[in-house]
Design a protein around this ligand. Structure first.
Ligand SMILES: [Ca+2]
Ligand SMILES: [Ca+2]
Ligand SMILES: [Ca+2]
Ligand SMILES: [Ca+2]
Length: 764
């Protein structure tokens, strides 16, 4: 290992480093101290609700979309789409901007998933997003007569929903491209128009409800169809090859709803009674049979019918193509090697105890507070849990990874009252819910944006670690998410803080954070799916971004060749400063220097896949870590008292101030643990690891419920999940030690062709 470390360090070594003074450090660490794995003062977790599990072997199979009860209020903008079979628990909530008019649901784009729409005085608005808080998009102008009732159906033979109005017995259907509208006649003024595919031919048919009478029209028939039962009056109209069906169903005052409740391809009658009870008919064969579900409507809500395009119990908002895409990718996944972690590394006993107790806190918080009203849902609809996607996704991704690392690298028996089974169910719940609502699976889902590669890599790694425990649908969604983020990060490519002239392209803001978290997606994808069609491009992208992430001005004059890239010739810009520091938010920023861990995290992912690690992942990494451990900041010009960022007893010195608080040692435990594996011994990463771990543990031991930081911003001011973030860093540190101990390291020095370093132009 020492030889390898020397080689890795050479990738970062330069004259600049050799001349850096090694700061004087007098660390009093608790290295080697033994902390009980469950400190006596931690209260055991309360009895936690049992989370639902899902089954799913039919991933990607052709499914008849199933109708599900839904409700919406245009005034509040809330659309609720329930998942049938799980009681009154909502499946998915979509928050549209509050507006006026009539709420609708339809498959406007033909992807198989119904999404919100709205009709207001002749104007039609839609979204194709099935989750989150999308905006209204204008669809068309049509209708507008005061008596018009909007209707939606599959009329013209394509898979996209058509819009029309029912005007006193006349049906006017809008046709695209300026064609005159199609006019049909059925029913009379005062009827309630309904639309459904009564015969199951894929096109919707017309109907009206008059009192408690349902009157439906079939076309293209010459005799009574076999699926029409004896309690339906059938009037044949043989001259026009049509039939009118009439039967009584429900009572005056019931609100009619139409859907294929039994999934036989033919739409069935239904109604809502008393704004709560949904009576779902058994179809035209048995119009006196029905099942009942309770879905109360709030004031102002209108009952609607949504759908689920994939298997029963699957991700409620998935498209069939998204699921199939994921299933194909999942078939290429090879599970990782997960050696057990070890407490023989100084600091790891504290890390283990902190993660165990911290999981007690976040699990209890999630299941009894934060996500309390969602614990009965197999998919909990994360995008409606918080105001920002960052909080909705990142918090739970971090918890999932901490849980997955504990499940796979420790012998988790019941700890703090939490059984292995409970911890596994919890991790899977987050993994499948987050992956389900990724845009690769769900229309309008999260992803392919700022920082999403990091979140996807975090929850994706959790899924990969637990691969053998996941079922078909969970695997498909995880694989779809990881491939999508890897392809997106690959297409985006590296960006730079400064150009070759040293001018700041993004003043005050290094791109090293964004580039280093972007590279996590191709790193995980390559590790999980080395035989996938894109894997060569993922590797090239990983190498290009690794070279770019912490490139320094001196590299522009450095003829070193890294995986075939000659730095001085090829680099279009730089991201780190010459001494390894990183400028972000206008200051030399230790919290962003820490991002160098992503290079080593990516390297460890490849080792867990038993893949060779490109040497590019070590370029400048050791030097950047030295900016935390070794570089001295004199005061003045830096803040008093000056010194190294890493101070004795795990304390952190911020030479130019801090963005997120100054008492967050867990933030540095991950980078320390990786540096302890990959950096030169003189940086003393092991001592810092032990010190930051001990300090984190000491913070946690102030309380009895397992959380770490004091309330409020005084210690850690990150408000979108600071406890979860700390656990992610602590558990990564533990995993880093496991990977280094148990797995061989193969350095890949191949000169690859076609590595893109980008053009040096930033993406705003
Ligand atoms: Ca759709
Ligand atoms: Ca259509
Ligand atoms: Ca039909
Ligand atoms: Ca049916």
């Amino acid at each position: 290992m020492r030889t390898l470390k020397a080689r890795l360090t050479r990738l970062g070594a330069s004259a600049a480093v050799a001349s850096l003074a090694v700061g004087s450090l007098a660390l009093a660490t608790s290295a080697g101290a033994t902390v009980p794995t469950a400190a006596p003062h931690i209260d055991p977790a309360p009895r936690l609700p049992r989370l639902p599990v899902v089954t799913g072997s039919t991933v990607g199979a052709k499914e008849v979309p199933r109708s599900v009860p839904a409700a919406a209020s245009v005034a509040t903008g809330g659309w609720q789409i329930w998942s049938t079979g799980y009681g009154r628990l909502s499946g998915t909530e979509i928050m549209m901007p509050p507006a006026a008019g009539t709420p609708l649901l339809g498959d406007w784009n033909g992807d198989g998933v119904d999404t919100p729409g709205r009709y207001e005085a002749g104007q039609w608005f839609i979204t194709n997003a099935a989750v989150d808080s999308p905006q209204w998009e204008g669809l068309t102008a049509f209708g507008g007569d005061p008596t018009d009732i909007p209707v939606v159906g599959l009329i013209d033979g394509d898979r996209r929903a058509d819009v029309g109005v029912f005007r006193n017995g006349e049906w006017h259907w809008h046709r695209a491209n300026g064609k005159p509208s199609a006019v049909d006649n059925f029913g009379q003024a005062g009827d309630t128009p309904i639309v459904g595919d009564w015969d199951g031919d894929g096109r919707d048919d017309l109907g009206v409800v008059r009192g408690n009478q349902w009157i439906l029209r079939l076309t293209g028939v010459n005799r009574k169809p076999a699926y029409v039962g004896k309690h339906v009056d059938v009037t044949m109209m043989r001259d026009v090859h049509a039939a009118v069906l009439q039967f009584s169903f429900g009572a005056v005052g019931d609100l009619p709803v139409v859907g294929d409740w039994d999934r036989d391809g033919r739409d069935d009658p239904g109604f809502v009674r008393g704004r709560s009870e949904w009576v779902l008919g058994a179809g035209l064969e048995h119009v006196r049979k029905s099942t009942r579900e309770t879905h109360p409507l709030t004031e102002g809500e209108v009952p609607l019918v949504g759908n689920q395009a994939t298997g029963i119990g699957h991700c409620p908002s998935a498209t069939r193509s998204g699921e199939r895409f994921g299933a194909i990718a999942a078939a290429k996944v090879r599970p990782p090697i997960t050696p057990p972690g070890t407490t023989s590394i100084p600091g790891n006993a504290e890390i283990l105890a902190t993660v165990q107790d911290g999981l007690r806190y976040v699990m209890t918080n999630d299941l009894t507070k934060r996500l309390k009203y969602r614990v009965g849902r197999p998919y909990y609809d994360p995008l409606s849990t918080h105001r920002t996607i960052e909080e909705s996704v990142r918090r739970s991704a971090n918890s999932a990874l901490a849980a997955a690392i504990m499940l796979t690298t420790t012998k988790w028996k019941t700890t703090n009252g939490i059984s292995r089974r409970e911890l596994l169910d919890y991790a899977r719940w987050h993994i499948r819910s987050l992956a389900c609502e990724h845009g690769a699976v769900t229309p309008g889902g999260w992803g392919n944006t700022w920082q999403s590669a990091l979140w996807a890599a975090t929850v994706g790694q959790a899924g990969w670690l637990l691969w053998d425990e996941l079922n078909g649908q969970e695997r498909a969604y995880v694989a779809a998410m990881v491939v999508s983020e890897a392809d997106y990060a690959t297409a985006r490519g590296p960006r730079y803080f400064r150009n070759r002239l040293g001018q700041e392209i993004t003043p005050g803001d290094s791109q090293s954070d964004a580039v280093s978290w972007d590279l996590m997606a191709p790193a995980l994808a390559l590790s999980m799916m080395p035989k996938y069609g894109s894997s060569g491009r993922w590797r090239s992208s990983l190498i290009g971004m690794a070279i770019a992430a912490f490139a320094r001005p001196g590299d522009l004059h450095n003829p070193q060749v890294v995986n075939g890239v000659q730095l001085d010739v090829r680099l279009p810009g730089t991201n780190a400063n010459e001494d390894g520091t990183v400028t972000n938010h206008g200051i030399v920023n230790p919290d962003y220097i820490q991002n160098v861990e992503h290079l080593w995290w990516a390297a460890s992912l490849l080792r867990a896949a038993d893949r060779p690690v490109p040497e590019a992942l070590f370029l400048n990494a050791d030097i950047v870590y030295r900016a935390l451990a070794v570089v001295d900041f004199p005061a003045p010009p830096y803040a008093t008292p000056g010194g190294t960022v890493y101070q004795p007893l795990g304390q952190i010195y911020y030479p130019m101030g801090a963005d997120w608080g100054t008492r967050r040692p867990a933030t540095f435990v991950g980078v320390d643990a990786f540096a302890n594996v990959y950096s030169a011994p003189d940086v003393r990463a092991g001592e810092f690891l032990a010190a930051h771990a001990a300090d984190t543990r000491a913070l946690q031991m102030r309380w009895s419920d397992g959380h770490i930081y004091a309330d409020g911003p005084s210690e850690e001011s990150y408000r979108l999940g600071k406890e979860e973030y700390a656990l992610q860093q602590m558990s990564l540190a533990w995993w880093a030690g496991a990977i280094s101990d148990g797995l061989r390291m193969r350095l890949d020095t191949t000169a690859y062709k076609g590595i893109s370093l980008g053009r040096g132009t930033p993406i705003p």
